[in-house]
Every structure is written in structure tokens, then in C-alpha cells.
Design a protein around this ligand. Structure first.
Ligand code: NA7
Length: 535
């Protein structure tokens, strides 16, 4: 097939693997380029202690193959990193995908030459294709804070998203963790169990719900397998791509004891489903406050030292307006003698010294290992670092200088024949990712079939893109989500990043219907042009 293809797919995680499978099945000459030396994407890189998915295993998986659904056995309620990676490796083998992927191949630039995409790699290879599909993930561009002195740190430091494959032995060592998002909240209890001393540097106290992870019994697994048709139907009709419906209970109408009992049941069941225990949790501030208050009371019940509990208690954003973590013994960990909590909102990190962390007050925290659980340049970051150039040399960095803008999260005006799986402006991180990914890939596959049949090129029109940007903003503004001022949904975690609400908050089912309507109407939001060939 050589290096000239119909389609190049960048990335070999959940999105890239399915794209290759789907497009190959439609007879496209398709090839994947992957920076890592294996498949897995997020689950290849995020090998930090405690790394686990917050979606439950029976639906954090592909739905495109009934056979795959029945063959694969998950061992726990929430799948751990190693198990998800094995699953994706199995998928790559089962569908014979590896022969269509070049590993250890990092894309450094991709430019449209008026006819084709020309893609250059770090290793000096060049690939060309008619259609370029990015499957680079939403959370793959690590955000390491620019703290003075890091280069001179005498111990070892790691970002959780680039964790060494051989692991990090923290036994008996003084470990610091910066960050208490989903990642920090997963890693902290596991690190604390073997570290000599663990110091957590917290900037924002976070709401967290117990995951209640447990082995999956044979009966549970068989029940899910027997029920898959119904499970998938609920997912497709849902707001978040999860197989449960949001309760219709109006908490405000309940007497205090009944409301408390309702939240207690949701707390005992655990997981992201807590959000669905009552209606309007993300729409009505009063409803949200009942949930927020309940979680605050749980923190105070769980943490022995009231002063530590107070620092751990979130007060600056409503519950679930930042991505709500789920945990295993997170708040309990602060009762251990070898764990201390440092409030870096009150006393910020000023410097990393050779021996540890120094705060603005001058307080020193000696460390052997420093862990940055500081998140990612989300959604737009992975696309911006690809060195994309569209029509007439337009750089994506320039096109997005005021913030990321797409049509449906699937394409960018000025970038012909480029399709972005779970790009900014799609529901992506607000949903169960495999569900969104499959919907995107299927939609793109249909569009590519149409373009091939009619020999067309496609790119979103600026008008459609502007309308979509307005709609994404309106959808976010109809919720409490924009109230979390420091959220990565808004780009607020990366210094200098424009503040634009990045994911589409209008719900997966509604989004899917809009995508279907776009296709049925003949893609009116795209300029479809008879194919131009370079002279
Ligand atoms: P997040 O959710 O972005 O969390 C990052 C954490 O790191 C958060 O607590 C931040 O505090 C903190 N942070 C970031 N920079 C700093 C500096 N400079 N100093 C102190 N603290 C800092 O990333 P995660 O990896 O936990 O989760 C990402 C997603 O992965 C997750 O939501 C799931 O979808 C999977 P802040 O809140 O900004 O004050």
C-alpha cells in the first residue's frame, strides 16, 4: 500500500483502533500512526498506581461487535489500567489491526497541500492521504506546572500521565503528590499504603464519591452479557452515554430525612451514578447544594481531624461542575499517620528545591519522589501539538488563537478533509468515552463513504462552525458547569489557554440526533466541493 493512503488515523487508543477497523471494513486504504510502542492510548500512558476507569467495565468497552461483548470477561466492577490495556490489545489482535498501524511513530506536522494531507513524523517518514482522522484522545497532553527549580530536584519526579512502565518503588520513601483531581484521588490511597510518608499538596478541595469497586461475580457478568441489547439502548438514549437514567426525584420536595436517606443509598451504591440520584443536580443551584452538602457532611464524618476535614471540604464550586472523581478510601487515607495535607491555596508552592518543595511561607517539605497529578491540556491540546496546517497554510494554532472552534467537534473550518474524533465541541469527556467514540467513528465512516462515492472534499463552513460555537456556549450556560472557574472543561488549568467551555454539555442523545440530522440533510454544515487535484 506504500505511504500514500485514503485515510491516515493518528492514535491507536479506543478511537484509533475502531476507526481503522471500521474504515478497513469499508474498503478504505487506511493506516494508523501511533507515538507509543503499543496500542491503548490513555491506558498505555496512565500507569500510575491506582489507575482505573470511572465507568463500569460492562459498558466501558466497545459495542460494535456482539461476539467481542460475549467473549471478553471483566474481573472487576471498574476496570483497572492493566485490564483495559489487555482488552485493547485483545481487540487489536482479534481484528488483526496491528498490521495497519506504525508504532513509535510521532507525528510532528500535517499539512494540506490543496489535494492531500502530507504528514511528517519525528523519524523522518512522510505519509500522504486524502482524509486525515485524529484519534489523539482528549486527555493526552500532560500538564506539568512550570514551578521554578524543578530541573534541580535531586529526587525523581513523574507526571501520572507519563508513568514509567517499570513502576516507581515508593516503599519507605518520602513522596509528594501535587493535584487532587480524579487522578490524584485514585493514586493517593495506593501511594500512601507503601510510602514512608506521603504529603498531598492540594490547591482545590474536591468532591469525591466512593467507587465501591469489587470483583465482578460470574452471575453479574453473565447478567450483563445477557442484557447487552437493552443496556446499549439505554446508553444511546442517555445524557452521558452511561446505561442508567437520571432519577426524576425532586429533592427539594422531600423532607430532610428522606432526602438524606436517598443520598445515603446513592453513596452506598457508589460511582458516577451518584450524580443521577436526583434530577437537576447540574441545572438547579438549590438542588446541587443538597448534594454538595451531603458530600461535605460525609467528609467530616470520615476524616478524624476536623482541621484536616475542613481543608478537604470543597467550597468554591458546586458538586460535579468539575469532573467528579470517584475513589477507594480517599478521605480515609487522611487518617493515616504517614499522610499529611498541605493547603497550597493558602500557602502556594513557591519553589522546588533539590530536597523537596518550599512554600511561599518558607515552609519546607522534604521529598524523595514528587508526583504531578496535575492533569492535561484537555481536548484542544492534543490537536494543537500535531502541527496541523489547513488551506493556504493556515496553522491550527492560529485558527484557535482565541479558543478551539469546531463544527460538531468533528471538523474545523479551513481544514479540508480533517475529522477529529471527540474533538472540542463534542460531548466527549462529559460522556462514557467508548460510546461517544463509536458514534463519532460511525458518523465519520458514513461521511467518508459519501465523499468517496461522489468524489468530494469536505470541510465545515465558517457559518456552521460559528453557530455550533454559540450552541456549545448556550448548552454550557444552561447548566452550572461554567461556575467552576478553575475547571479544565474551560481550559482554566493551563496558563494562557483561552477560556472557552470545551465539551458539548447538551447531552449525548441530543448530540447524536443532531449529527444524524446533519447526515440525513446531506451535510449542510459542510462545504462539499468536487475534488481538487494538485497541478
Ligand atoms: P485534573 O482534574 O485537571 O486535576 C489536576 C489537579 O492538579 C487539580 O487538583 C489541580 O488543582 C491540580 N493542579 C494543577 N496545577 C497545579 C499547580 N500548579 N499547583 C497545585 N495544584 C495544581 O486532572 P486529573 O488527571 O486528575 O484528571 C483528568 C481526567 O482524567 C479526569 O477528570 C478523568 O476524566 C480522567 P485545581 O483544581 O486546578 O486548583
Amino acid at each position: 500500500m506504500g505511504n500514500d493512503l485514503d485515510v491516515v488515523v493518528i492514535g491507536a487508543g479506543f478511537a484509533g483502533l475502531y476507526t481503522i477497523h471500521r474504515l478497513r471494513g469499508l474498503g478504505f486504504a487506511v493506516h494508523g500512526l501511533e507515538a507509543a510502542d503499543g496500542v491503548g492510548g490513555t491506558w498505555y500512558w496512565n500507569r500510575y498506581p491506582g489507575a482505573r476507569c470511572d465507568s463500569e467495565s460492562y459498558y466501558y468497552c466497545y459495542a460494535f461487535s456482539r461476539e467481542l461483548e460475549q467473549e471478553w470477561d471483566w474481573s472487576e466492577r471498574y476496570p483497572g489500567q492493566a485490564e483495559i490495556l489487555s482488552y485493547l490489545e485483545h481487540v487489536a489482535d482479534r481484528f488483526d489491526l496491528r498490521r495497519s498501524i506504525s508504532f513509535s511513530t510521532t507525528v510532528v506536522s500535517a499539512a494540506h497541500d490543496g489535494d492531500r494531507w502530507v504528514i511528517d513524523t519525528e523519524g523522518g517518514e512522510r505519509w500522504t492521504c486524502r482524509w486525515l482522522v485524529t484519534a489523539v484522545g482528549c486527555l493526552s497532553s500532560a500538564n506539568v506546572p512550570d514551578i521554578p527549580g524543578l530541573d534541580g530536584f535531586a529526587g525523581e519526579w513523574h507526571h501520572t500521565g507519563q508513568w514509567p512502565h517499570e513502576g516507581v518503588d515508593v516503599t519507605g520513601r518520602r513522596v509528594g503528590v501535587v493535584g487532587t483531581g480524579s487522578t490524584g484521588i485514585q493514586a493517593i490511597p495506593v501511594l500512601a499504603a507503601s510510602a514512608g510518608h506521603l504529603t498531598v499538596f492540594q490547591r482545590t478541595a474536591n468532591f469525591s464519591i466512593p467507587a465501591r469497586n469489587a470483583p465482578l461475580s460470574a452471575e453479574e457478568a453473565a447478567g450483563y452479557k445477557a442484557d447487552y441489547a437493552a443496556i446499549r439502548e439505554v446508553q444511546q438514549a442517555s445524557t452521558n452515554g452511561h446505561p442508567f437514567v437520571v432519577s426524576d426525584v425532586d429533592t427539594l420536595a422531600l423532607p430532610d430525612d428522606e432526602r438524606r436517606a436517598l443520598f445515603e443509598r446513592a453513596w452506598e451504591r457508589g460511582g458516577l451514578r451518584f450524580r443521577a440520584a436526583v434530577r437537576d443536580v447540574l441545572a438547579d443551584p438549590e438542588v446541587n447544594e443538597t448534594a454538595s452538602d451531603f458530600i461535605r457532611s460525609k467528609i467530616h464524618e470520615t476524616v478524624d481531624d476536623p482541621a484536616v476535614a475542613a481543608v478537604l471540604t470543597p467550597h468554591d464550586h458546586p458538586f460535579a461542575t468539575k469532573r467528579p472523581p470517584i475513589d477507594t478510601d480517599y478521605f480515609e487515607t487522611y487518617n493515616r499517620a504517614n499522610v499529611s495535607l498541605v493547603d497550597v491555596r493558602a500557602d502556594p508552592i513557591a519553589q522546588i528545591t533539590p530536597g523537596g518543595v518550599r512554600l511561599a511561607s518558607g515552609a519546607e517539605h522534604p521529598l524523595d519522589v514528587l508526583v504531578f497529578a496535575t492533569g492535561f491540556d484537555a481536548l484542544s491540546g492534543p490537536l494543537l501539538r500535531l502541527g496541523l496546517r489547513g488551506r493556504d497554510g493556515l496553522a491550527l494554532t492560529e485558527a484557535w488563537s482565541e479558543g478551539a472552534a469546531t463544527y460538531l467537534g468533528l471538523g474545523v473550518a479551513g481544514f479540508p478533509n480533517l475529522f477529529t474524533i471527540t474533538g472540542p465541541g463534542s460531548p466527549s469527556v462529559l460522556t462514557n468515552m467508548p460510546t461517544s467514540i463509536e458514534q463519532h467513528v460511525d458518523w465519520i465512516a458514513d461521511l467518508l463513504g459519501h465523499l468517496r462515492a461522489h468524489d468530494l472534499d469536505a470541510e465545515p463552513t465558517p457559518e456552521a462552525q460559528a453557530r455550533w460555537a454559540d450552541h456549545v456556549r448556550e448548552a454550557a450556560d444552561a447548566t452550572l458547569l461554567p461556575q467552576a472557574a478553575s475547571s479544565w472543561y474551560l481550559g482554566a488549568n493551563v496558563p494562557g489557554k483561552p477560556r472557552v467551555f470545551l465539551p458539548y454539555a447538551g447531552g449525548f442523545a441530543r448530540y447524536r440526533e443532531m449529527c444524524d440530522a446533519e447526515a440525513q440533510a446531506g451535510y449542510p454544515g459542510f462545504a462539499l466541493r468536487a475534488r481538487r487535484r494538485a497541478a
